[in-house]
Design a protein around this ligand. Structure first.
Ligand code: BG6
Length: 502
């Protein structure tokens, strides 16, 4: 019988095939701070093919040398791994720059020449990926020009892929229109929608925690779980992102995608396998079972940060931020209550909240359990005992915390909450790769489990659209002070329950 060394083979990371990556919007913040460093880190980790080529497309009047300087500067500033001259030299040989504007065909024709030249001289093999790191209003234009200039045409065995960044529309209807535009130029399987939360190690760890262990899944249901809280809190304001953020707001910016993906991973059934299709089937099932409560006035909250102090610094209110209209009704805090109508979760509220200028930067999922049905102690003994909770700490203090009751040392029997902690920093010596490293490599390799499918995008809009419509009918969001946990209605929407203080 043949002996297969499969265990070792599985551990070998797959490297990306020979291909070129073209980034539209190369001078933007996302490209500078996240994409370029992540691509360089992949090269440094040996995960890119030696023939890999990166082409920047932008309106700048740059020569190749200017582009190289630009990439090098941002890589040195933001990359996770140590700068290595040898990696840089090979990497820099594959850099190209094409000046052009999104709406003029000339630039795309130049790009076509560059792509052909890369196939001939660098060995990119006719495989090309187009990364649309551009404001959504340009998605349609870039797609149309890519197609009109023949850039999406390929020979059998070659690939053309699109990577796009959210927002994937601003409601269900526009999300469908966008999908129509994208599938007009490449197949659905060649569209990679980035939800960078899915690239985070701690988010993938939700699956390991739930499905690689025996002890959590039996209690992961309405018999034992009282409610679930998903929090994504940021201390920053909108900074220089007025153009992107205003009119979008917290719910569209992060609940529609990141938080609903976290909910899906937390609540879904075990997938048959971890292939993109099987994972998607389970996520879609759970998203399709989500129901909003009838009384949105009492079960949701919407806020906008006012001026104040945060961390010893005086900060502007949202309406005073540069580029924000003085009567903007954009939400910088949003919270929802959702129910999942299936046998596992019937009656268990899922509370989701996200906001800027809150008390602390933290993203976590807290599964809060019911109290024990019987406690053989004096009432005073358990007065300080809260509810058991399993908290999956997504960031910044990555790990998992289990909260439960323990006896306080002493002659009396007193029970109090204690915690048991797993922290990535303590348990593993290796740093976690950045989300964008994982996602870019997967898109180049054609590996799709960590990318939301159009169906998931649409289901998420179906959940959110009625809430957005209700909020729109309500005028101005409630103001809240920076450094707090949102407007007063965020507290009252939980009824007799309370948000955890992360
Ligand atoms: C992005 C949002 O998707 O996530 C931003 O558009 C937000 O508004 C950012 O600041 C937060 O990302 P992270 O990885 O720091 O939690």
């Amino acid at each position: 019988m043949a002996i297969h060394n499969t265990a070792a083979d599985h551990r070998l990371p797959r490297i990306a095939p020979p291909c070129g990556l073209v980034i539209f919007g190369i001078t933007g913040d996302l490209a500078r701070k996240k994409l370029l460093p992540a691509i360089y880190d992949l090269a440094n980790r040996g995960l890119l093919h030696p023939a890999f080529a990166l082409t920047g497309f932008s309106r700048r009047d740059w020569e190749k040398g200017d582009f190289e300087d630009f990439v090098r500067e941002n890589v040195m500033k933001y990359a996770r791994t140590k700068f290595n001259e040898e990696t840089w030299e090979t990497f820099a040989e594959g850099l190209r720059f094409v000046p052009g504007s999104f709406d003029e065909e000339n630039g795309y024709r130049e790009l076509m020449k560059t792509v052909h030249d890369l196939d001939k001289t660098r060995g990119t093999g006719g495989n090309h990926v187009f990364y649309l790191s551009v404001p959504p209003k340009f998605f349609g234009t870039v797609c149309e020009k890519l197609q009109a200039t023949g850039l999406t045409e390929k020979e059998p065995g070659q690939f053309r892929r699109l990577i796009i960044e959210k927002p994937f529309g601003h409601d269900l209807e526009s999300a469908r229109e966008l999908a129509h535009t994208l599938t007009g130029i490449v197949d659905e399987k060649d569209i990679f929608r980035i939800d960078h939360y899915l690239g985070k190690e701690t988010v993938q760890n939700i699956l390991a925690t739930r499905f690689a262990n025996a002890m959590f899944e039996p209690i992961w249901n309405a018999n034992y779980v009282d409610h679930v809280q998903i929090t994504m809190a940021e201390t920053i304001g909108i900074g220089s992102r007025a153009g992107y953020y205003d009119g979008i707001g917290a719910a569209r910016d992060v609940i529609q995608n990141h938080l609903l993906q976290l909910l899906a991973l937390t609540a879904m059934e075990e997938p048959a396998t971890f292939t993109p299709r099987d994972l998607r089937i389970e996520k879609e099932k759970v998203l399709a079972s989500v129901r909003l409560p009838a009384n949105l006035d009492k079960t949701t909250a919407r806020g906008q940060y006012g001026p104040g102090w945060q961390g010893g610094e005086q900060v502007k209110g949202y309406l005073d931020e540069d580029g924000i209209p003085p009567d903007s009704t954009t939400d910088t805090f949003a919270a929802l209550t959702l129910y999942i109508e299936n046998r596992r979760w019937g009656g268990v509220p899922f509370y989701l909240r996200a906001g800027k200028r809150l008390g602390k930067r933290v993203t976590e999922i807290a599964v809060v359990f019911k109290k024990a049905i019987h406690m053989p102690f004096d009432e005073e003994a358990t007065q300080e005992l809260g509810q058991n909770a399993l908290v999956m700490r997504i960031q910044p203090d990555e790990g998992v915390t289990l909260r439960f009751g323990a006896k306080v040392p002493g002659a009396d029997l007193q029970v109090r909450d204690v915690t048991m902690d797993f922290g990535y920093g303590h348990a593993f010596t290796e740093d976690s790769p950045e989300a964008y490293e994982r996602l870019i490599k997967d898109a180049l390799t054609g590996d799709a489990p960590l990318f939301p499918h159009q169906n998931e995008v649409e289901l998420a809009w179906k959940i959110l659209d009625p809430v957005l419509a209700y909020w729109e009918s309500q005028g101005q969001p409630e103001p809240y002070r920076p450094g707090t946990w949102g407007p007063p209605s965020a507290e009252t929407m939980l009824g007799k329950r309370a948000w955890r203080l992360p």
